[in-house]
Design a protein around this ligand. Sequence first.
Ligand code: IPM
Ligand code: MN
Length: 358
Amino acid sequence: ILNKKIVVLPGDGIGPEVCNEAIKVLEAVAERFGHRFYFEKYLMGACAIDATGNPLPEETVDACMEADAILLGAIGDPKYDNNPAAKVRPEQGLLRLRKSLGLYANIRPVTAYDVLLDHSPLKNTRIAGADMLIFRELTGGIYFGEKGRTADSAYDNCTYSRLEIVRIAHLAFQSAALRRQKLTLVDKANVLETSRLWREVVQDMAQGYPDVAVDYLFVDNAAMQLILNPRAFDVILTENMFGDILSDEASVIAGSLGLLPSASVGNHVSLFEPIHGSYPQAKGKGIANPIAAILSAAMMLEHFNLQKEADLVKEAVHNALEKQVLTPELNPTSPYSTEQVGSFIAYYVLEGALVVPH
Ligand code: IPM
Ligand code: MN
C-alpha cells in the first residue's frame, strides 16, 4: 500500500481534459489496489502567464520539488505562436521546469498496436511489430544554448558536455540490455561538432555494454529509416531537438500522436507527460485522445515500482483499442468523447481482468 503525492500541471488547451482522464484512471488504480494518491494542481504555461505573468511560478517549482511524481498535460497557446516578438512564452515554463528539476532524459515508447494497424497511413506490413524506445536528451543542446537576436540576424547555440551525454547514454544502454540489445545513436556527426562528441562518447561506452549492438545513423537517414523499416529500431538515443522531431514522426507508426506517453527522469522527482501539444483547436470539444496521458500515468506507476498496476492500465488501454473505443482522430465516425474513453479505461481498471505477467 503506497501513499503518493502527485503534482498535476494541467497546462493549456486540451491539457486539463486529458489530465482529468489520467487522474480518473490513477484513482481507479488506487481504489482497486488500496493505494492513496493525492493530487495537487498547479499552474504552468500560458494559463500561468494569464494568472501571474510568469509561465513557471515559484510555487509551482516548490510543489514539484516536494512531489513524489509530476503529471503534466500540455502547454502552448496560438496567441504566442503567432506573435514571434512575445518576450514571455508558455514554452519557457516547461523548459525551465525540465532544467530546474534536472530532467535530463525523456523516454518515449513507440509501439505499433496490432488493432490499430489499419489506422496508420503506413503499410501494415512495414509497421506490424514495431516497438521502440526513444531516449531524448532533455536539458541540453540547442534548446538551452545561448540565444541572440539583432534586427537582421539571430542565433541559437548548441553545446553538449561529455557528462550530459554519458548520463543519458547509460540509461539507454541499460534499457537496451533489458530489451532486444540494440541501440541506435542518431546524430549529424558528418556536420556537427556536438554530434561528433556524442559519437565518441557512445563508442567508448559501448565497450562497457558488450551485449548491446550499437549502430549510428545520421538524423536525415534516421528520419527515412524510421518510416521505411521501423522494426529495425529497438532503443534510439539522441540529442534534444532530433529527439523532439523524430518522436513526432514515430507517432505515425502508432497511429496517432494522441497515443504516445513519456517519462522525464533525472536525479530527483520524475515527470510524466504525453508527447503531444496543447491542440488548441480541440480545447473543450471532448475530442482529445486521453490515452497518451493515461499511458504516461502507467509509466508513473512503473516508476513507483507498481508493475502489476501499470500492466493493468496498459491492458485496459489495449482493451479500449480492441473494442474500438476511440477518439475521432483515430476514427472520424467514433461516437466516443475524451471522457468516455477515459471512463471506459478506468472502469476496466476497477473491474476488469488482472493478467499476471509471465
Ligand atoms: C515536446 C514539446 C516541447 C518540446 C515544446 C512544447 C517546448 O514539443 O515536449 O515534445 O519541444 O520539447
Ligand atoms: Mn515535441
